[in-house]
Ligand binder design. Structure first.
Ligand code: ZN
Length: 417
């Protein structure tokens, strides 16, 4: 059962927030569409009948409905000799890539990113605007989001896609309904309805909101498919995490889980935008690493780019002592915090995302060392520490994919439009 209490269709990976219906026809449509999604191009009507336990005429009827609704297409002959329904051969079935599409938006402290994915999860459009949004008016930032969303909508339509929804990733905590940003300290936002500003004609529904690390965690498709338990830690200006237990995102009682960046490392440490002192992100966040490495904004400007994880990685690869020391220290503090999380959650994998993905060769070993020292179960089982599959694009990608997964989880909702 997902943490948001929604009733979901059997076999559906828990990603978005919308609940699915318990109508039997709707549940069967979702089962059939899941089979197609998991074995796109490789499964026939007969295969769906076998996989779902539904009789062949029912399976064929469901597939016809999904084909007529623009979600599934016939791909090719699977080469099987199975014949179903009036002699039809075992034609392969796949998801359509010219139907519904999802819009993902990532509003972060120093950039805004949008991306559009089709039903197969493939990225069809993306656009990133780098701009430090701290100190800007809320309206200015929201107007930028709306402009980028409209641009993405136009690009999707030009590409023959139909946007069916949007999801917005924010660097903060979001209320459990996914409607309001409760608090985003680095943006200076609280109790803000971001979804309200998106153009209503983008998708005809309100956007859903979630924490950027939660959406980024959902971009790790192979782990979700395996039903894995993992902690995705995302290094940005702040540090967030997405907790995935048995393939399902754990949002917590209020939707505020995963705020690892505000774990207290030292109560007398440096001030944090959250109002407390000595939070993890003050030691292991992007700016903390830059500062410790002696990299200033000026250095980045001279290079024609803002200081980025690539810049830090380049200095580390060149053996710069200050950078190596900064990364070691950040990795130690991060590992210390993660070992505490492991003692609580016992997840099997730690995924290093955001800037930590590029910095994993230096931060990863420090994290492993700290985990070995402080995780009680380390003698018997070492959690895997791995770099994320995607970098800065992960939150927008995960957000967009959550939208199309909602269609796969509840195709009747789409078909009824
Ligand atoms: Zn804090």
């Amino acid at each position: 059962m997902p943490s948001d209490g929604a009733t979901r269709t059997q076999g559906a990976p828990q990603t978005g927030r919308r609940s699915t219906t318990v109508n039997p026809r709707a549940a069967h449509l979702a089962m059939a569409l899941h089979c197609v999604a998991e074995q796109s191009g490789e499964i026939s009507r007969a295969g769906i009948s076998a996989a779902t336990g539904l009789n062949r005429s029912t399976a064929c009827s469901l597939i016809e409905e999904l084909i007529d609704g623009g979600l599934v297409r016939e791909v090719r002959d699977t080469g099987t000799t199975t014949r179903v329904k009036a002699g039809r051969p075992g034609t392969g079935l796949g998801l359509r890539d010219d139907g519904p599409a999802g819009l993902g938006i990532d509003v972060n402290v120093d950039y805004t990113a949008v991306c559009v994915v089709d039903l197969t999860g493939k990225v069809r459009y993306k656009h990133v605007v780098s701009e430090d949004q701290r100190g800007q008016g809320t309206r200015e930032v929201l107007d930028r989001i709306a402009r980028l969303a409209r641009g993405a909508q136009n690009a999707a339509e030009d590409d023959g896609l139909i946007l069916c929804g949007s999801a917005v990733a924010v660097p903060g905590i979001v209320d459990r309904r996914g409607a309001t940003v409760t608090l985003a300290p680095n943006l200076g936002w609280h109790d803000l309805d971001v979804a309200e500003v998106l153009p209503a004609d983008v998708h005809g529904e309100r956007a859903t909101l979630d924490n950027e690390a939660n959406f980024a965690a959902l971009s790790e498709q192979d782990l979700i498919r395996d039903g894995a338990s993992y902690l995705y830690v995302s290094g940005q200006i702040g540090v967030g995490s997405g907790i995935v237990l048995d393939g399902r995102l754990y949002r917590g009682a209020h939707g505020w889980s995963g705020e690892i960046g505000h774990l207290t490392i030292d109560r007398d440490g440096p001030e944090c935008p959250c109002g407390r002192r000595g939070c993890l992100e003050r030691y292991a966040g992007h700016e903390a690493i830059l500062r410790a490495a002696g990299v200033t904004a000026g250095a980045g400007t001279m290079l024609g780019v803002r200081p980025t994880a690539e810049l830090i990685a380049g200095r580390a690869a060149a053996g710069d002592p200050a950078t190596l020391a900064a990364l070691a220290r950040a990795g130690q503090v991060l590992g210390f915090a993660l070992a505490g999380c492991l003692n609580l959650l016992d997840v099997g994998t730690i995924v290093l995302g955001g800037i930590y993905r590029d910095l994993a060769p230096w931060i990863g070993p420090e994290v492993e060392r700290e985990v070995r020292a402080a995780f009680l179960g380390a003698r018997w089982a070492q959690p895997e520490v791995r770099a994320a599959a995607y970098g800065a694009e992960a939150p927008a990608l995960g957000a967009a994919r959550s939208v199309v997964r909602d269609v796969i989880n509840d195709p009747m909702r789409w078909l009824a439009r």
